[in-house]
Design a protein around this ligand. Sequence first.
Ligand SMILES: [Zn+2]
Length: 213
Amino acid sequence: MYMDLKRRMVDVFKYMDEKGLNYGRSGNISVKVGDDRLLITPSGVIKSAMSPEDILLVSINGEVIEGRHKPSVEMPLHLAIYMSYSHVGAIIHAHPVYTSILAVIREPLPPIIEEMMLYTGGEVRVADYAPFGTEELAENAVKALKGRSAVILANHGVVTCGRNLDEALEVLVVVERTSQIYVLAKLTGKVHSLPDEIVDYYKSLFAKKIIGQ
Ligand SMILES: [Zn+2]
């Protein structure tokens, strides 16, 4: 079932590996199929070598419906986001370098580039630290994700969301690129955020366009 979607999930992982957005066994992707089911990548598999058959079909409560592996250890995080934000149709969790630097210094990504605002809805917050795979991490991420399409996980990585998988991937690419600009710009000691009225404009545009409010 859902072979086209599973193939696309495999391709997205290969793309992320090639572009340095993720590596090895880390990271996970899920895509909602219908109201109460999702496809999710397996735990412990080298993601760029994954095949479509390795991807699991699970219920919104986390029960495995189909699959030969264990689901991702971050499944609680994925489930909590779908439960809290009904507009979300796909989630990517990855460990890209520059956003992970912000995760380590526990500093949000400020609104510095208009393109980023279109995709994220505003400053990308840092969720309070909790160990990976825990319900506490899921709760902290959900809280920090409000009104945004991305959240930085303290000392860990990033989560991006979209109405579909391609959108979640676009958000990841833009967040990592903007994090790179920000980290390098900080080295000059001169970083300016966008003007407040521009930030407010994009926040309301994002709310209308993406969240549907
Ligand atoms: Zn992780």
